[in-house]
Write a protein that binds this ligand. Sequence first.
Ligand SMILES: NC(=O)c1ccc[n+]([C@@H]2O[C@H](COP(=O)([O-])OP(=O)(O)OC[C@H]3O[C@@H](n4cnc5c(N)ncnc54)[C@H](O)[C@@H]3O)[C@@H](O)[C@H]2O)c1
Length: 394
Amino acid sequence: MKKRDKTRIGLIGAGHVCRIGHGPAIKADGRAYIAAISDPDLHNRTLFAKKYRVPGVYEDHRAMLENEELDAVVISSPPWLHAVHVKDAAGKGLPILCEKPMATNLEDCRAIIEAGKKHNVYILMGHCKRFEPGHQRIRELLMKGSIGRIFQINIFWYFFIPNLTVGPLAKIAGKLKKHGFDVDREFGFWRYGDVRAGGGDFFDHAPHYLDIIRFYGMEIEQVSCETKRCYPDIRPYEDLAVATFKLSNGAILLYDKNIICTGSPYGFERGYIYGENGKIAFRAAHAYKRRRMNVGIYRLLNIPMDIYKPVIFPYGRKKTMFFRQMKHFIDNVRHENTMKDGISGSWGATPEDSFLTIAWTLASYKSARDGIKITRENLFREIDTFQTDCPHDW
Ligand SMILES: NC(=O)c1ccc[n+]([C@@H]2O[C@H](COP(=O)([O-])OP(=O)(O)OC[C@H]3O[C@@H](n4cnc5c(N)ncnc54)[C@H](O)[C@@H]3O)[C@@H](O)[C@H]2O)c1
């Protein structure tokens, strides 16, 4: 395709998720290119612009939106800035792919929904797990009733983010920084230490699975949650959270998320779904290495062999979630449909979908703070103006 026929994408924020996800995905798709980026961080924007040969490089997103001719925008700044960035990009009439978490409070979420409606622009929220073939297969299996009535879903997602301010690890981090590798900046550690993040690790990662549960076809009816700050000296918010949810089909969801589980930094991400006629297990792909997600199903017939039968789904580098999400976004921007492997146009997360993930994330924190259960009936009464003030030790 000639360059003049390609979709011109501008990035607002060119950090970690652009390095691992959006940058490679836009390049691989071939129907778009990164025409401009804006990022106040000199290091991030310079390196990214060099790698992707980006012609328009800006410190300020408004200057980029004013000066560049763009067809679409990807917003991958920290979540407390999403509302402003969406409003500005929507004001220019540009379709938007906006990262999760949508925002840090409901007021900003509503502003994003309103901006989309007011300017009549397409907004895809970055709930990329919907585009993971493994989750799509699980959804199909559950919708077909492959394991009968669902009783329980358990999700365990652990990282290991140690205290890098003391001991030998501090020395290593210091040496790396001297050589230009700032661990905090490289991995966007604002999510664990910046009070503007709205919460700790749970705030950043709960929206993923609260969305996937709805993608599987269940609504959340009630939450009860406990959180803990294991490293109060260095983290304003929790680094460990265990939440239980009642779902609309009567099942119980256990969501266990922490960053204190000693082991590989990326830890593990596993899920188990138990039904009356069997169970499904998954081990999520390592997003950064673009590995395959493993899914197995264990029906009553499997009991004699006592093994899960692998669930097969299309796989390959370009079928991993960030690539497929970008393909879907570019399809919608260009009014094309190149998704040949089973994903219909309506599967992407809307701002309304994302709004619910923030509502239930905030409800989880409120439940932990006040020691209460929050139900769908009293959800908005409980959390409408609630913000996860910090520091907290709920
Ligand atoms: N979908 C996923 O799986 C996934 C994975 C990682 C991150 N994310 C999300 O992507 C977003 C960014 O996270 P990250 O890990 O890339 O963080 P990061 O800190 O590495 O990148 C964010 C970038 O935004 C820049 N920025 C700050 N203020 C800005 C402004 N006013 N205008 C433009 N840019 C600005 C920062 O300088 C930084 O380069 C977050 O919402 C995060 O939760 C999603």
